[in-house]
Design a protein around this ligand. Structure first.
Ligand code: MRU
Length: 342
């Protein structure tokens, strides 16, 4: 499988990012030798997905420190995208080192990446056990899921968050089917999730976002599972726009709706989803995505990149530490009070 993020070399090296805007047609890498190139790669979604953004920013700090501009690098990278809290979490973690030594910062960036890898597997174990128990299924039965956007290998340092249960079930020899919402307007589900799951030999059914209701009504999946960009203290969750619609449908059809995220995605300083900043992106993503004009020239557009799923629509949040269920502020705070360092 293609590696979304790689640090090439030692402290004099550079950050190599897979340009995800070109997938699945073209495999192209961006070699980042200055902080601004990292900033642009995050901004234009060449690297995307909350954990991957955090990891990339941490590596960007190595370049900043090397040029004696660590504080400037941290301040600049903080402005790249507003919603995924993993970005700020990773930059705060670098700042907390209180050093400008590029080697020490590179070690920390590697640690952030390695920990994310471990957290993904842990999330997968907890998620698979939860799904089997919620659906009262024998552990060797087929696993049938629906997901939105891409919270997979391409979005993390490991096997993904929302996709982790599917990868682990596949490793165990189980039959796995994942319905992937195409995810308007930038098609992360079609271009990225369908791509990486197919690469892993997992049976993928790509659907238009609007077809999710029909999939759920037909009883074709056991659970819906998505990633998160930021989880507020009360469990309200920001994720790719369209997630709340899927959660509402899952509630309507009596299907468990699960959010899978590492502890770096929680923001206890944000009380509820209403306080989470939602990125608004260019109108052209909607009116002429991928180069074809599909709307009248003067139409006004609203293009939020994320939405908020209220905690009461979430059956459970699965983290690297276990399961939060039911989802409430007390349960979230309790869960994170344990030592979350792997
Ligand atoms: O705009 P994107 O592609 O960065 O949005 C990504 C998502 O919404 C993911 O679901 C989320 O970041 C979790 S990734 C493990």
């Amino acid at each position: 499988m293609l590696r979304p993020i790689e640090w090439v070399g030692d402290t004099d090296g550079h950050l190599r990012l897979l340009d995800q805007t070109r997938l699945p047609a073209t495999t192209e890498y961006i070699d980042c030798t200055d902080v601004d190139t990292v900033w642009h790669a995050i901004k234009r979604l060449s690297v995307r997905g909350a954990p991957a953004i955090g990891i990339s920013a941490a590596y960007g700090c190595v370049i900043g420190a090397r040029n004696n501009q660590l504080d400037e690098a941290i301040a600049h990278l903080r402005t790249s995208r507003p919603t995924a809290v993993n970005l700020f979490w990773a930059l705060d973690r670098i700042a907390a080192l209180k050093t400008t030594d590029p080697q020490r910062i590179l070690d920390e960036a590697h640690a952030i990446a390695d920990e994310d890898d471990a957290m993904c597997r842990s999330i997968g174990r907890h998620a698979l056990a939860l799904i089997d128990s919620l659906t009262a299924k024998a552990p060797d039965r087929p696993l049938r899921l629906i997901t939105h956007c891409n919270a997979g290998k391409l979005a993390t340092g490991g096997i993904g968050t929302a996709t982790a249960a599917a990868y682990l079930a596949k490793e165990q020899g189980r039959d796995v089917t994942v319905y992937a919402d195409e995810t308007r307007p930038l098609l992360q589900g079609a271009r990225l999730t369908a791509f990486e799951l197919t690469d892993a030999g997992i049976d993928v059914r790509l659907i238009c976002d609007g077809a999710a209701s029909e999939v759920l009504r037909a009883g074709a999946v056991d659970a819906a599972i998505v990633g998160a960009d930021r989880i507020a203290a009360n469990g309200d969750t920001a994720n790719k726009v369209g997630t709340c619609g899927l959660a509402s449908l899952a509630r309507h059809h009596g299907i468990p709706f699960l959010v899978a995220a590492p502890h770096s995605t929680f923001d206890l300083n944000t009380a509820t989803g209403n306080a989470i900043p939602i990125e608004e992106r260019a109108a052209e993503e909607v009116t002429e995505g991928f180069g074809t004009r599909t709307a009248p020239p003067d139409v006004r557009v609203f293009n939020p990149a994320f939405d908020i799923t209220p905690a009461n629509l979430i059956t459970a949040i699965v983290t690297d530490q276990g399961v939060i269920r039911p989802v409430s502020e007390a349960a979230v705070r309790d869960h994170l009070a344990v030592d979350t360092e792997p």
